[in-house]
Structures are given as C-alpha cells and as structure tokens.
Design a protein around this ligand. Structure first.
Ligand code: ADP
Ligand code: MG
Ligand code: MG
Length: 252
C-alpha cells in the first residue's frame, strides 16, 4: 500500500506586493485505492496544492511536509516524483513541437521505468488504450498537444494514466471543458486506472458533475487555503444542492 501524506502545509508565492501565503496549513492523508475529491470555490488554493505536489518552482513551501511512503517529496526533483509513482498532469509539457505522441509516450515510459518498453507489446498497449479512450488512431503520429482541443488534451492525460500506471494521481479540473461523452470516457479511464492499479487519486474539482462518474471515498472542502471540512460522498451531495455559501459565511 502507498500513502501520500500532507502535513500542515503552508505555501507562499512571490507577488509584486511581496510574499503571499496561499495555503495556510493543509493536512491530508490519501492511501492507494482511495479517491479523495478536493472541492472549493475559485481561488481557494486547489491548484496551488496540485502545483506544489508537482514541484512547480513558483510555489514556496514555508512549513509543513509532503511525504510519499515516508519519502520526502519536497526533496525530490520533478522526474524523481514521477519515478516514485506520482502522476502530476502538470509536469508534462503543454505542447512539444516536433515530438510525436508515440515518441513522447515511449520516451516518458522509458524514463519512468529505467528501461525501454518492449516495442511489440508497447505498440499494442498504446493502441488498445487509445481505443478505450476513443482517441483517434492518427493522434499517435501528431505532435504532442499541438492543436489538440481541451477535451483531446484531457483524454491524452488519461491515456498517460493508463500507460504509466502510477501509484498516485493528482487530477486538477480534469472535467473542465468536457462534453458529456468525453466526461464519461475520461471518468471510465480514471476508474480503470484506480481499480486495475489500486491507484490513489486526488481529484480536484470546482463542480460536482464529475462525481456522478467518479465516486469519491472522501471529500474535502477547501476555503481560503485551508480544509474547512472533511467528509464522505454526502458532502459532495450537499455542495451540489447548496454550493459553498455555508462555508464562505463561516469564514467571512
Ligand atoms: P483554485 O485552484 O482553488 O481556483 P488557486 O490555487 O489557483 O485556486 O489560487 C489560489 C490563490 O492564489 C488565488 O487568490 C490566486 O489568485 C493566487 N495565485 C495562485 N497562483 C498564483 C500566481 N501564479 N500568481 C499570483 N497569484 C496566484
Ligand atoms: Mg499551521
Ligand atoms: Mg484551480
């Protein structure tokens, strides 16, 4: 079993007005096989948490810790985080001119495993995964993310989940910009990765819509850089009905 443990995490960014604290003491523990939904209004710090786990240089951890199976994640480089089994969508390039999807996926897989995947089985694996995600076969020869629509980028993100088999995934607003069909396909991919690989998942979302397809075990409500409430799936139902007003009123 794997565990991602976040303890009293404080994160600041540099702005023109000086240092600004965004995360103000976040604690969360996520085990393999569990899906945790992080929900909250815009600007509450959800993406800051994802970017901090991914090792984005802009975000400075001023105190607290992130460990993965006891290893200090904050001491790891971005590549080491991936090699440890953390999947952080953001660490992958947005657009890579001149690099085809096929080459990108194979290079990334080789870097993750420390050896190149066997060509014949790999090619079949990629083809099968693309089919499951309803990604057109001609994507394989297109350049990474070049001219991909929002929905296509999300599918390719989930394609990486299927192929890289991480122990743990941080998915930030995976549902944004997806129509219902794409949402279903993408959600099925996350569920497959979770069930087949006993993956732990941090599913960050502003809206409850994706939670109709991906059932969280735990729900955490983010308000102003803190977890205002921990709960089960019923908390998502409450947010669906009432929005964030109750939580915002409590901090106003
Ligand atoms: P969420 O993902 O919940 O919408 P974010 O983590 O994106 O929230 O943002 C939290 C707060 O931090 C917001 O007030 C936002 O303006 C600020 N913030 C985050 N990243 C930056 C940045 N790179 N530069 C300036 N402000 C930022
Ligand atoms: Mg604190
Ligand atoms: Mg965000």
């Amino acid at each position: 079993m794997s565990t991602l443990e976040i303890k009293d995490l404080h994160v600041s960014i540099e702005t023109e007005q000086g240092s600004k604290e965004i995360l103000k003491g976040v604690s969360l523990t996520i085990n393999s096989g569990e899906i945790h939904a992080i929900m909250g209004p815009n600007g509450s710090g959800k993406s800051t948490l994802a970017a901090t786990i991914a090792g984005h240089p802009r975000y400075e951890v001023t105190s607290g810790s992130i460990t993965f199976d006891g290893e200090d994640v904050l001491e790891m480089g971005v590549d080491e985080r991936a090699q440890a089994g953390l999947f952080l969508a953001m660490q992958y390039p947005v657009e890579v001119p001149g690099v085809t999807m096929t080459n990108f996926l194979r290079t990334a897989k080789t870097a993750l495993d420390g050896e190149a995947p066997k060509l014949r089985t790999w090619t079949k694996e990629v083809r099968d995964a693309m089919e499951l995600l309803k990604i057109d076969a001609d994507f394989a020869s297109r350049n990474v993310n070049e001219g991909f629509s929002g929905g296509e980028k999300k599918r390719v993100e989930i394609l990486q989940l299927e192929l890289f088999k991480p122990k743990f995934a941080v998915l930030d607003e995976t549902d944004s910009g997806l129509d219902i069909d794409a949402l279903r396909v993408v959600s099925e991919g996350v569920n497959r990765a979770q069930q087949n690989n006993d993956m732990g998942t941090m599913l960050i979302t502003h809206y409850t819509r994706i939670l109709n397809y991906i059932k969280p075990d735990h729900v955490h409500v983010f308000i102003d850089g803190r977890v205002a409430e921990h709960g089960g799936p019923e908390l998502a139902d409450e947010l669906e009905a009432n929005g964030y007003d109750r939580f915002l009123a409590a901090t106003a």
